[in-house]
Ligand binder design. Structure first.
Ligand code: GTP
Ligand code: MG
Length: 194
């Protein structure tokens, strides 16, 4: 995909009404700090258009990035952000639930997990929730540059086992540093929206 233009077009907070879009959407979910905004930058060929941070809890709104007037990338707030107040976490959980349940143009959901770690309870719940809403989650195993190449397959297997995901579930290792995995993710997006 040649990126002609990108635009942060819609930003939704906890009290916002979600937009009714006419363009297809793909969404990026996952624990806080896992690399959702970094992945979106990598896919858009932008260094820092989506704001990222080494501190978890950076993205606290649902951000819709319009790509080439073709597709929205939807950057979701991370879950499991430990220091957020319980009431805030609940509201965000509800907002993400509502997003997955009601977005009529949503074509696919990417679930990001850190390749180094086994899935957490939150990760497993999110995986099940995506399935429950009728989507086949596509797993992105982020931060693959933190592993030796020889360790990648073993960690991908551990993620598959931890999520109880079948062999038909796609798991794509990705690095925001080297951009390894980018083309495969774009190919997946194109197949989802075509
Ligand atoms: P929230 O907005 O808090 O939910 O986080 P996020 O999932 O959007 O994570 P973000 O993209 O802000 O990245 C969090 C931190 O991880 C930043 O310091 C990034 O530079 C770093 N990071 C993200 N992806 C990678 C990667 O593939 N490799 C390495 N080494 N660091 C990464
Ligand atoms: Mg973010």
């Amino acid at each position: 995909m040649v990126i002609k233009n990108v635009n942060l077009e819609i930003v939704c907070g906890i009290t916002s009404v979600l937009p009714t879009n006419i363009h297809p959407e793909v969404a990026f979910a996952g624990k806080s700090n896992v690399g959702k905004s970094s992945l979106i930058n990598g896919l858009m060929n932008r260094k820092a258009y989506a704001r990222t941070s080494s501190q978890p809890g950076k993205t606290q709104t649902i951000n819709y990035y319009m790509i080439n007037e073709d597709v929205y990338f939807v950057d979701l707030p991370g879950y499991g952000y430990a220091t957020a107040a319980v009431s805030v976490k609940e509201k965000w959980g509800k907002m993400i639930e509502k997003y997955l349940q009601t977005s009529e143009m949503l074509k696919g959901v990417f679930l990001l997990l850190d390749i180094r770690h086994d899935p957490s309870t939150n990760d497993k719940n999110m995986y099940e929730w995506i399935l429950h809403n009728g989507f086949k989650p596509i797993i992105i195993a982020t931060k693959m540059d933190k592993l030796n190449r020889s360790q990648v397959a073993k960690h991908v297997k551990a993620i598959r086992t931890g999520l109880n995901a079948g062999s038909d579930t796609i798991i794509i290792p990705y690095s925001a540093v080297t951009k390894q995995g980018r083309d495969e993710i774009w190919a997946t997006i194109e197949s989802l929206i075509s």
